[in-house]
Design a binder for this molecule. Sequence first.
Ligand SMILES: C[S@@+](CC[C@H](N)C(=O)[O-])C[C@H]1O[C@@H](n2cnc3c(N)ncnc32)[C@H](O)[C@@H]1O
Ligand SMILES: [Zn+2]
Length: 457
Amino acid sequence: MNVENRTIFEGDNLYVLRGLDADTIDLIYLDPPFNSNRTFEAATESEAAGAAFKDSWTPNDLDSAWHGELAEKAPDLYHAISTAEFTHGTSMKAYLIMMGIRMLEMYRILKPTGTLYLHCDDNASHYLKMMMDGIFGKDNFRNEIIWQRAVTSKGNLKKGLARDSDLILRYSKSNDFVWNPEAVTIPYDMQDLDEKTKRQYYYVEPGTGRLVSHTSITAQTQNPDSHLTYDVMGVTRTWRWSESRMLKEIEAGRVVQTRPGNVPRYKRYLDEQKGKTLNNIWVDIPNLTARNKERIGYPTQKPIALLERIIRASSNPGNMVLDPFCGCATTCIAAERLQRHWIGIDLSPESFKLAKLRLEQHGITKQVIHRKGHPQIYQQERTLKHTLFGRQEGRCDGCQTLSAFRNMTVDHIVARSQSGTDTSDNLQLLCGTCKLMKEHGIQDQPIHLLKNGGILS
Ligand SMILES: C[S@@+](CC[C@H](N)C(=O)[O-])C[C@H]1O[C@@H](n2cnc3c(N)ncnc32)[C@H](O)[C@@H]1O
Ligand SMILES: [Zn+2]
């Protein structure tokens, strides 16, 4: 690992990500701009004053070469992203290119046992799912977590339903990933039991007052010839347990028959259970409200509890956690509290200050490293072809068809023999067919015809 624990980088995460060693990060959580077409700014009186970021995208926000780099490294993905332009528009395409070029790097630096959580919402979630399948492979998709923000929102009921959920896509890099089920097991609140649990543990044990559920101990399929078929309290069934195990449970008073002749059942105490396991719909972590103590005024600040759950579930103490869009460093604080190592990256100079301030607020006296710039970039491979590809948005300059990066060739608009220059205004990318036509001397006219939908004779 070529970066120290507790580092906050100030800068564009693309170049920092490119500078991080491959296969070194255990867990990545990112909460990037959602393509919401808004601008976020912290209130001037808050601790996060000065923090701002915009969240609307046009092709002008992109470095043209990213198109080419993405199209070269992930040609199928580039095609899928171009399709987003047809169904949604140029802004979605620009957003996905911005995200895709970074996601390729995140995938590269993730350990084979690593996990990535992508936080988004319905502005782009369905398009991002497609992008993620293209990079991680659909078989490495693990969960779509629906996080109910549970904040009373100003939904206009005349037009439809209020939006109260964010979406978190969970992907692993391989089949062999870290997963800790304890992190998604929530202890029962004995004072305030949910309806389902109340129905299940309906019986109050006289004397102790403990809540009990009577669960079945018969086997799924009844087979008279099985060695598991025998008599218990006058009832013959195929049971789940061997006779010796059954005897032990009976001696311990854990097998009950509510009435003579009834099938005996197992007596389970609620207070002995670890808790209930969560599913993919998380409704128990409310988003921060203005008055919440944790809130420091950073727009889009996420609750520490949300990050703690993710970090517990998909990493172990001592592991390296990265948040490439770290904002006010919520992930970093949560990681520190759970004895993980961490790195944060953000464009905003506020992130470092806020990370420091928040660690102090949590009584953690650790030095945070502030780095501007980025580690040595592992490869610098962009060429003019990448830039031209972006300028033409993946289309052949002749026939205007979306063409694969590898099928495009750099072409001098005015040939060098006719004193055409090597400058980018005299260069274009042509697909194989157009290039051939041009080389056969029928260049300008057919290309002109094709552009105008004409027919070649
Ligand atoms: C939705 S906020 C993240 C909030 C964070 N989860 C928290 O709890 O504070 C997105 C952040 O991404 C940052 N950002 C946007 N584009 C970036 C880029 N290319 N490189 C690094 N950071 C970027 C913005 O400055 C903003 O802080
Ligand atoms: Zn062409």
